[in-house]
Design a protein around this ligand. Structure first.
Ligand code: PLP
Length: 433
């Protein structure tokens, strides 16, 4: 019989339990379209008629809304897995703010209030060295706003060693130039000194920018000018502002990451304006933090472009809760977890899995990732599984993403919150049957 005549009817496919579940999740129109496409492929002989439902489900899987994933990669800030996971209080705050909310309303007086005042107050309280603070969509937006408001049509002085490509082909120098500012590059790739900056600053300077090299390291014959020296240079009479992009958003020094700059120290060293990401080491929602001199922050806040870079109520809610409860932040917990504690968890997970699969405990090395603390290795512990489980675990519910190393699948526990251990065991066990 012509296989094309065996292509299942739409009603039959829609009646299959897994497809019915997809209808419940994603609605009938999308599912019907996917089924129709799979039927067409079967008629064209591209797939066997028996695989119509599976092909439709696979297509729906690819366009499903983002799912919760267990990050067992050992990369704390995994860009492809959404960078920083939110803390439980932040998730709660997002849910509460999702409906109508007092993001811009004073419930006591029944009048308009300053938008996001809770998040801004929490940020200001966390960094007393900042005279004022503002929040935009991400760090790139913070830089774009600073460049537009303070240097459009003028020059931004920046070291050639700090012309950073952030990721996905986006480059900070291109971003800055796109605002109408011109770059005045100084120094060389490996060395820039104070005299280089001094020679470049002039009547056309909008500001001096220092960018933290947060995703690479240069070694050898290198040199750069620190914030304090640069601040003394730019703050001479008739001086220009010093803007510092610290990258990963530490608000205060973190002893475990001594090379990573933080907002408080950078401001104390003399920066006029600091920019940072909210969803890197701060462990909050995607946003861009602006902290510093009150007059500069106010100029940025009132610039027309600020409205286009404004964050939504969910971001403000998550940021406030993240800042109120820093001890609950998953990135922080992952950073601080002791190898002994990780070993104990790995041992009990491996013990639970042993009856189903070849599982053992091994040492591992976790990293910060996501454009933070390049080269820093965090001693960690993993559960080692057969590599063939990598695919099935990725497509399980919930998906578990580990890392292949030495022909084995490692589930690095430093990036798995301890409260997910039982779920991790169940997810692996299901895929071993
Ligand atoms: C990550 C990073 C950026 C980009 O930040 P987003 O929040 O992703 O826009 C800019 N500068 C530095 C130094 C960074 O590390």
């Amino acid at each position: 019989m012509d296989p094309r005549r065996r292509v299942p009817r739409t009603d039959a496919v829609l009646g299959e339990p897994a497809v019915r579940q997809a209808v419940a999740r994603m609605g009938r129109p999308l599912v019907k379209t996917a089924v129709a496409r799979a039927q067409d492929r079967a008629r064209a002989g591209e797939i066997p008629p028996e695989e119509v439902a599976a092909a439709a489900l696979a297509e729906l899987d690819r366009i499903a809304p983002p799912r919760r994933v267990i990050n067992a990669t050992g990369v704390l800030l995994h860009t492809n897995l959404g960078r920083a996971p939110l803390s439980a209080p932040a998730v709660e705050a997002v849910v509460a703010a999702a409906g109508s909310t007092d993001v811009e309303y004073d419930l006591a007086t029944g009048t308009r209030a300053r938008r996001g005042r809770g998040a801004l107050a929490a940020l200001a309280a966390a960094v007393p060295a900042a005279e004022a603070v503002h929040v935009v969509n991400n760090n790139a937006a913070a830089l774009a706003l600073a460049a537009t408001a303070l240097a459009a049509g003028r020059e931004i002085v920046i070291s050639r060693g700090e012309l950073v490509e952030i990721g996905d082909g986006f480059r900070i120098p291109d971003l800055l130039v796109s605002t109408g500012a011109r770059l005045r590059e100084v120094g060389t790739t490996n060395r820039t000194n104070l005299a280089d900056y001094a020679a470049a600053i002039g009547p056309d300077t909008g500001f001096v920018l220092k960018v933290h090299p947060s995703n690479f390291r240069v070694e050898g014959f290198t040199g750069s000018v620190d914030v304090a020296d640069l601040a003394r240079l730019v703050h001479r009479p008739g001086g220009v502002p010093l803007v510092v992009d610290i990258g990963s958003g530490l608000l205060a020094p973190e002893p475990l990451l001594p090379e990573e700059p933080d907002a408080a120290s950078t401001l104390k060293a003399g920066a006029d304006l600091v920019t940072a990401s909210g969803d890197k080491l701060l462990g909050g929602p995607q946003c861009g933090l602006l902290l510093g001199r009150a007059d500069l922050v106010e100029r940025l806040r009132r610039h027309p472009l600020a409205r286009a870079l404004r964050v939504d109520k969910l971001t403000l809610a998550a940021l406030a809760a993240t800042l109120h409860r820093p001890e609950e932040v998953p990135v922080r917990r992952a950073l601080l977890a002791s190898p002994a504690e990780l070993s104990a968890r790995a041992a009990s997970i491996a013990a639970a899995l042993k009856e189903h699969v070849d599982a053992w405990v091994c040492d591992s090395v976790a990293t910060v990732g996501g454009g933070g603390a390049p080269g820093v290795e965090l001693a960690s512990v993993a559960v080692s599984l057969p590599a063939r489980l990598a695919g099935p675990l990725r497509t399980g519910r919930p998906p578990v993403v580990g890392r292949i190393e030495g022909g084995r699948l490692l589930l690095d526990l430093r990036t798995v919150p301890a409260e997910l251990d039982a779920e991790l065991i169940r997810a692996v066990t299901r895929r071993c049957r």
